[in-house]
Design a protein around this ligand. Structure first.
Ligand code: SAH
Length: 428
């Protein structure tokens, strides 16, 4: 290792690596990974195990690594930090995986990480058949930045959000088969991976039999139709599973408005577990509402289920103008911002949605309001609720704050991973 180990002082004097040096490093790259050197005073987050090294933190790259190649990250002073995977086409230039100098990112490494993710879910769910759909691998939180795997009964739905992980698809699929023995594995793509990672992939079957359409899974005893081919995300919103049940305990006899209902998680849970009186569900997606109705039928509560295809803002305005009131209102909008620049606009949208929701809520009702934009902090969200309370003249008290279900662990090293917020408010 010693001759590829960067010397920070030397780098500082020599500036960028000469083409001669690069050629030498490239010819030896089969034997040793390329080297990435950070700028002075940029190493702390990575010693503290944040896995994303943005291009702006990097001073030099030596050894001519190609997209997906393993690299070793050093501080400006030449101290080893971590092993990572390189992508010249991504703002996240290096994703870090192993902070142990003796543990490179090889098959054994992937195996150990996947096994650990599988063990965590076995501890959460065991042989319990009450939950048959859950997140098996949660990217950064399972030390596998760029890999998301959800289990839906005997099928797996996989998302690659990093070029390097997608490149190792065969190895990852083999390991998943070794640990899980699924009936089939499907690939679901996220919008934007071409721009973000230079990754061009399309949805499809990666292994085994195609999943039945629809596939029926169980969440705490409730049955859900999921469509692994066309459904949102990898098929459904598994992150809200425990929040569906948490809300249900407060809604007995309530008239519930489930806004952004998708396939009915909150509303159907409220009817079945919570014995709510009735649900009006709103979503702009016709296929989601059709599935929601079938889910209501599957769970025997379709008589108390009503839905409307509409834009949430417009539907809430019409309900308000018609003088309708509800005992409980759920707001679970999609991610409203992906960039910091769009944050103020997103906060205005959260504000108007919540303001509208409060306007159709009876005094002493519950508002279950969610936010899945990772860029919105708890502080931002609570400030928005405070503004809504002041402007609407209603007293808002937060009675329960929750995140994603336990199968979506959060990494203490990568707070960006903690995206989902669920606030239950008592609105006097
Ligand atoms: N509450 C659901 C998940 C909601 S996901 C659950 O717990 O499973 C967000 C939903 O918002 C999607 O179903 C999407 O179709 C819907 N949606 C997006 N924009 C909308 C809009 N302007 N009006 C109404 N629904 C919208």
């Amino acid at each position: 290792m010693s001759d590829s180990r960067p010397d920070g002082q030397l780098e500082e004097m020599s500036g960028i690596t000469s083409s001669n040096e690069q050629a030498t490093a490239a010819s030896s790259s089969a034997r040793m990974p390329a080297v990435v050197n950070l700028k002075p005073r940029h190493a702390l987050p990575f010693f503290k195990r944040h896995p994303w090294v943005f291009a702006g933190a990097i001073r030099t790259v030596r050894g001519n690594p190609q997209a997906g190649d393993e690299v070793v990250l050093y501080s400006h002073e030449g101290e080893f930090i971590a092993h990572g995977l390189f992508n010249p086409n991504s703002q996240i230039r290096v994703r870090l995986y192993s902070w142990n100098e003796q543990t490179p990112i090889d098959r054994e490494f992937w195996k150990a990480r996947i096994q650990s993710a599988v063990q965590l879910r076995a501890s959460l769910f065991g042989a319990n058949n009450d939950v048959t759909a859950y997140r098996l691998i949660n990217s950064e939180a399972d030390g596998l930045s760029g890999l998301t795997v959800d289990r839906y009964d005997r099928w797996l739905s996989v998302q690659f959000t990093s070029f390097a992980i997608a490149q190792r698809q065969t190895q990852i699929i083999e390991l998943l088969c070794e640990f899980i023995q699924p009936a089939g594995i499907v690939l679901r793509t996220e919008k934007g991976t071409l721009d973000a990672e230079g990754l061009e992939i399309t949805d499809g079957l990666l292994f085994g039999e195609p999943p039945p359409r629809p596939l029926v899974v169980v969440e705490h005893g409730l049955k859900w139709e999921v469509d692994l081919t066309e459904g949102h995300k990898t098929g459904g919103y598994l992150d809200q599973r425990d929040n569906h049940r948490a809300l249900a305990q407060y809604v007995k006899g309530h008239r519930v408005l489930d806004v952004f209902c998708y396939t009915g998680g909150f509303g159907i849970g409220a009817l079945v577990w919570g014995n709510a009186a009735e649900v009006l569900a709103i979503d702009s997606s016709e296929p989601a509402l059709a599935t929601a109705l079938r889910n209501a039928e599957l769970n025997g509560i379709s008589g108390r289920w009503r839905s409307e295809k509409a834009d949430a803002f417009k539907a809430l305005e019409s309900l308000r103008d018609a003088g309708e009131v509800f005992d409980t209102v759920v707001l679970d909008p999609p991610k409203l911002t992906r960039t910091r620049a769009a944050l103020p606009q997103a906060m205005r949208a959260y504000h108007s949605l919540n303001r509208l929701a409060v306007s159709v809520l009876k005094p002493g009702g519950f508002l279950a309001t969610c936010c899945c934009s990772g860029l919105v902090s708890h502080e931002d969200f609570e400030q928005m609720l405070a503004d809504v309370a002041i402007q609407s003249g209603r007293d808002i008290r937060i009675v329960d704050v929750r995140g994603a279900a336990a199968d979506h662990p959060v990494s203490p090293f990568c707070p960006e991973n903690d995206y989902l917020k669920y606030y239950l408010c008592y609105v006097a």
